[in-house]
Every structure is written in C-alpha cells, then in structure tokens.
Design a protein around this ligand. Structure first.
Ligand SMILES: C[S@@+](CC[C@H](N)C(=O)[O-])C[C@H]1O[C@@H](n2cnc3c(N)ncnc32)[C@H](O)[C@@H]1O
Length: 314
C-alpha cells in the first residue's frame, strides 16, 4: 500500500510513499525530519501541510543545511537546525511537541558521491568520513592513533568484517611507514588482504561502513535520537525510522519493543506490575517493494519501522 497508490520511481527518496503513509500527516501538525539530506522526504511532508503546519529540519552536514537554507527553509512553516538528531529534545522548536518524527539513517547519496567527503572507497579523496566535518576526529586521524585492537574491534563490531584483525595489523604496519590519508590507499590496502568477495561487493565495503559508523557515533546518536523523539512526540504522534543495516535495525526494533510490550514474566525476577506501554508498534519491519529495489539498489537493504506514541505513563 502506498500513499499515492504508485510504485516509487528512482528519483524519489527511499520508501517515500510508505514513509508519508506511516507519518499520517495532519495538515496542522508539527513534524520533524531529523535527517534532511537533500530534502526528498521533507518536501513530501511539507506538501501535505496546511498553513498552520510546521516542519522542523535537522542535519549534521553543512552541505545538507546549505541546500535546506536555500530551498525548503524559505517557507515560513519550516525551521532549520544544524546538529545531531541525538539533541533534538534540546532544540527549543521541539518543546511544543511533535506529531511525527522521521529518521532516514546513514549517509546521503551526495556524501557518497563527493570524493572530498572521504566516504567512498570507489572515489579517491581525503580519508575524512565525518558527516559534520567541523566536529570530532576524521577517519585519517583516528586510524593514525587508534591501537590495533581498537581498529580490529571496530571493523568486527560495526562491519562484521571476518578479516578485521588482519586488516587492523596491515593498517598499523602501513602507518608506521607513512600516514594513511586517502580513501584510495585504504581501499587498496584492504582489497589486497580481503581479495574478491563472492557477493560482488567491493572488498572494502564492510570496513568503510564500520569506520564511518564509528567516526560519526551513529549507533549512540540513534539511541539518543529515539529517546528524544519519544520524549517530544504527542499522543498519537508517529515515529518512522529507516535503517540500512542490522545493527541499526536491531536498536530500533528493541527500542520499540521495550516500550510497547511488557517484559516476559520470569520466576526468578520480581514481577513488573506497572508496565505502561508508551509506544504501539505499527506493523513489523517494512521493506521497499520490488519496483523500487530494481530501480534503486540502496533500497534493497532499507527497513522501515513505525510506532505510535501512546498516552504518557502517569
Ligand atoms: C539517507 S540521508 C537522508 C536523505 C533524506 N531523507 C532525503 O530525502 O534526501 C541521511 C542524512 O542524515 C544525516 N544524518 C545522519 N545521522 C545524523 C544525525 N545523527 N543527526 C543529524 N543528521 C544525521 C546525514 O548527514 C545525511 O544527510
């Protein structure tokens, strides 16, 4: 089922129609898109708002904010904030409550496409990978100082890279000769260890994903962002989250379940008598339809989860 009764063409953002359906947009409601990107979803929300509706936009990335400032943010119904959605509850504009919150996680196509951002193993550029280049440590700086065990741990935990230890050892050996400063150098070094993968993915895919998640503190931000969203959602308000890998989806699923269902009874633990659900899960994991996954390879790994805010616990 889609909002517009059509399949999603490739120029629309991932799971566009399902996201707009999920948010149940009311023309006079207040909505927050915590991951503006290039504003594909945000534009769809804004089109459904009336004069009294409000759309709050956030992104960590200055390039995304610049696009929003020159575009959607000119609309008087829109407010813009550069920063992490982890801090959404600290933004004054959210204090009146929200009728819907969207997180479309991960990196945007422009971040991957622009070599200077350093996210891509396919395009040589400075080894940066920060969504917000003005804060925190670049991938190059982290790889220059982290010890071998920490690098291996990140590659394994966030990338499930089976060769994490060998790759970490090679990185440490290489940097003893010269600093690793380019995405191309890192991709080549990893490819020389991993060789070809049967799944057709570039041998550095998992390692680049892992380093990016670590550098941007993506999982910690997600946990904080989900908590912030629930604290600001009005009763009946909707939370919609699109994840692109199992680590993110597990966090979203567990977050919703922990607030929607009483924990199972356990004879050895005191009974939790006063469980009051604060969320209701709306269906389970949704995936992009076949037409969209054919048109947009990125949609193949997308999982949308939706929940509705219930009456606040007394
Ligand atoms: C997949 S893109 C979003 C695409 C967007 N839905 C669209 O239609 O264009 C993800 C965006 O979220 C931003 N982002 C990721 N994590 C963030 C966070 N914790 N706080 C704010 N922005 C974040 C990234 O900088 C990127 O621009």
């Amino acid at each position: 089922m889609t909002a517009m009764g059509t399949t999603t063409p490739s120029h629309l953002p991932v799971m566009y129609a399902q996201v707009l359906d999920a948010l149940c947009i009311r023309p006079e409601g207040r909505y927050l898109d915590g991951t503006f990107g290039r504003g594909g979803h945000a534009r769809g929300v804004l089109e459904r708002l009336g004069e009294g509706g409000r759309l709050l936009l956030m992104d960590k990335d200055p390039d995304a904010i610049a696009v929003a400032r020159d575009g959607l943010a000119r609309d008087p119904r829109v407010a813009l904030y550069r920063g992490s959605f982890a801090d959404l509850a600290a933004w004054d504009a959210t204090a009146d409550g929200l009728d819907g919150v969207l997180f479309d996680l991960g990196v945007s196509s422009p971040q991957l496409d622009e070599a200077r951002r350093g996210f891509s193993f396919g395009k040589d550029g400075p080894l940066d990978m920060r969504m917000d280049p003005d804060s925190g440590e670049s991938a190059a700086a982290w790889l220059a100082r982290a010890d071998e065990a920490e690098i291996a741990d990140v590659l394994w935990t966030y990338g499930e890279e089976r060769m994490s230890r060998r790759i970490a050892r090679a990185i440490v050996a290489r940097r003893a000769e010269a600093p690793l400063g380019r995405t191309g150098e890192l991709a080549e070094l990893i490819a020389a260890i991993v060789g070809r993968r049967d799944n057709g993915l570039h041998p550095a895919t998992r390692s680049f994903q892992a380093i990016r998640i670590h550098i941007n503190r993506e999982l910690a931000d997600l946990e904080a962002g989900l908590a912030g969203a629930v604290s600001r959602l009005r009763v009946g308000g909707r939370l919609a989250v699109i994840s692109f890998h199992s680590l993110e989806d597990r966090i979203v699923k567990q977050f919703i379940n922990a607030r929607a269902k009483a924990p199972p009874a356990n004879r050895r633990m005191p009974a939790v008598e006063t469980f009051v659900p604060s969320l209701r899960a709306i269906g389970g994991a949704q995936r992009a339809d076949a037409a969209e996954t054919r048109a947009n390879p990125r949609a193949r790994s997308a999982v949308l989860r939706v929940a509705e805010r219930l009456e606040a616990a007394a």
